[in-house]
Write a protein that binds this ligand. Structure first.
Ligand SMILES: Nc1nc2c(ncn2[C@@H]2O[C@H](COP(=O)(O)OP(=O)(O)OP(=O)(O)O)[C@@H](O)[C@H]2O)c(=O)[nH]1
Ligand SMILES: [Mg+2]
Length: 375
C-alpha cells in the first residue's frame, strides 16, 4: 500500500517536471523564432513585407503579377552591356533573377554590345525568360576614344598601370560608356527606370514586390546595395576634377546634397562609391542637365583613359552632388553577390527567403555603407 503511494508520488513529481520542461522548451522556441538577429520580430517583418508587397505591385499570395508584353506600371527594364562570350554567365544571373523575382513581373530585358549579338546568344538568353528581350549595338561615338584624347598618353598609362584592370583598353571604353552613354541609348529612350544586371552575379533572396514601383512611388532616384571604397590609383585626379566642376557650377548643387559622404572633414575624397554593377535608377537623373554637364566635364578631363575612372565612382559623385539622402535607397533586402563582394540581408535565415549566410555577406558592414547610413 505504502509502496504504491510512493510510486504515485514519484510519478506525480516526474509528471510535473515533464510539464515544466515542456513549457520552458515552448517558451524558448517562441522567443527564439520571434526575433531575428536585429531583435526585430519576424512576425512584424512578415506582415510589413506582405503589406509592402501589396502596396508595391505584388499580391498577398505572391501570384501572377504582370504578364509578358503587357504595359507595366513603370516603364522599366533589366539592362546589361554584355559580350557574346558571356552568354553562360548571363544565363546564370538571369535564371536566378527570374526565379527570385521576374517570373512574376516579366519586365523586359535590354542587352547591349559593342559587337553584334550572335544568334546563339540571342536564343540562349531568350530561353531563360518569357519576358521580351531587345538587343542593341552601340552608337559609334559612345565606344572608343573621343577626338581630344591623346592616345599615346592613354597607352603609356595602360602599359605602366599596376592596378586592377589597368592594362585593359576595352574596360576603359566600358566605364566611359556606362558613365555617359548607356542611358542615352535609343533602346532605353522610353524607359523611366533601369535595373542594371551583369553576368555571373547572384540574387540570394526572393523579392516579393516591385522595386521599380517602390522607387517611383517614393520619389527615389538611385538604389544601391554595396558600397566599397575605390582603389586610389584608378581615381588619382577624379576628386580634383569634381571640385573644379562644382566651382564652375555652384548653381547645380542643391543645399541638401550628400557630399558629406564623399568629402571628409578635411575636404579629402573618401573614395566611397556605390557598386554600380547593381543599381536601380530613375533615368531622368542620368538624363538631367546637371548629370550630362558633369559627365562632359569629366570626359574632357580625360581620366577615363589617363587613369581608369570607373562608372561606379562617377555615378556616386553625381549622387552626392545632386541628390538628397531621401532620394537614395539602400536595397538592404536584396541579397546580392558580384564576384569578390556580397550583401546578405540580416534576418534572412529566419525569413527563409534567402540562401546566403548574413555572416558571410558582410558588405552591410563596409565603412562606406555605414557612413552612408550615418549621414
Ligand atoms: N559588349 C561588351 N561588354 C563589356 C565589355 N567589357 C565589359 N563589358 C560588360 O560590362 C559589364 C561590366 O564589366 P565587367 O568586366 O564585369 O567589369 P567589373 O564588374 O568591374 O569587373 P569584374 O570584376 O571582372 O566583373 C559586364 O556586364 C560586362 O559584360 C566589352 O568590351 N564589350
Ligand atoms: Mg562585373
Amino acid at each position: 500500500m505504502i509502496a504504491s503511494r510512493r510510486l504515485v508520488a514519484v510519478g506525480k513529481f516526474f509528471g510535473i517536471l515533464a510539464v515544466l520542461g515542456l513549457l520552458l522548451h515552448m517558451g524558448t522556441l517562441l522567443f527564439s523564432t520571434r526575433y531575428n538577429t536585429n531583435g526585430q520580430s519576424i512576425f512584424s517583418m512578415w506582415s510589413s513585407s506582405l503589406s509592402d508587397n501589396q502596396r508595391y505591385g505584388g499580391q498577398a499570395d505572391g501570384q501572377g503579377e504582370y504578364s509578358p508584353g503587357v504595359q507595366k506600371p513603370v516603364k522599366a527594364a533589366l539592362v546589361a552591356l554584355v559580350r557574346n562570350e558571356e552568354l553562360y554567365g548571363l544565363r546564370k544571373a538571369m535564371r536566378e533573377l527570374e526565379d527570385r523575382w521576374n517570373h512574376k513581373y516579366n519586365y523586359p530585358y535590354i542587352f547591349l554590345n559593342d559587337k553584334p549579338f550572335s544568334e546563339k546568344f540571342k536564343q540562349g538568353v531568350q530561353d531563360m525568360t518569357k519576358a521580351r528581350i531587345e538587343f542593341g549595338t552601340l552608337e559609334p561615338e559612345s565606344w572608343g576614344y573621343p577626338a581630344w584624347i591623346d592616345q599615346n598618353k592613354a597607352r603609356e598609362e595602360r602599359e605602366t598601370a599596376t592596378y586592377i584592370k589597368g592594362r585593359s583598353e576595352s574596360y576603359r571604353f566600358m566605364c566611359r560608356f556606362q558613365s555617359g552613354f548607356i542611358h542615352r541609348h535609343p533602346l532605353l529612350s522610353d524607359l523611366e527606370f533601369y535595373w542594371r544586371i551583369e553576368p555571373d552575379v547572384h540574387y540570394y533572396c526572393d523579392i516579393d514586390y516591385d522595386p521599380f514601383v517602390y522607387m517611383k512611388q517614393n520619389g527615389l532616384k538611385y538604389g544601391w546595395n554595396i558600397a566599397p571604397t575605390e582603389y586610389e590609383p584608378t581615381v588619382r585626379t577624379l576628386w580634383n576634377a569634381t571640385e573644379t566642376f562644382m566651382q564652375k557650377h555652384p548653381e547645380l548643387i542643391p543645399s541638401d546634397n550628400t557630399l558629406r559622404w564623399v568629402r571628409d572633414g578635411n575636404g579629402k575624397y573618401t573614395k566611397c562609391h556605390f557598386w554600380s554593377n547593381f543599381e536601380i535608377v530613375d533615368l531622368s537623373f542620368y538624363r538631367s542637365k546637371e548629370y550630362q554637364l558633369f559627365f562632359e566635364h569629366l570626359d574632357q578631363a580625360g581620366g577615363f583613359f589617363y587613369e581608369r575612372w570607373g562608372d561606379a565612382p562617377v555615378h556616386s559623385l553625381a549622387v552626392a552632388m545632386f541628390l538628397s539622402k531621401k532620394q537614395v535607397h539602400y536595397f538592404d533586402d536584396i541579397g546580392y553577390y558580384h564576384p569578390a563582394m556580397s550583401h546578405c540581408p540580416a534576418g534572412s535565415k529566419e525569413r527563409g527567403k534567402c540562401v546566403c549566410d548574413p555572416q558571410e555577406g558582410w558588405a552591410h558592414g563596409f565603412q562606406c555603407a555605414k557612413l552612408w547610413r550615418s549621414i
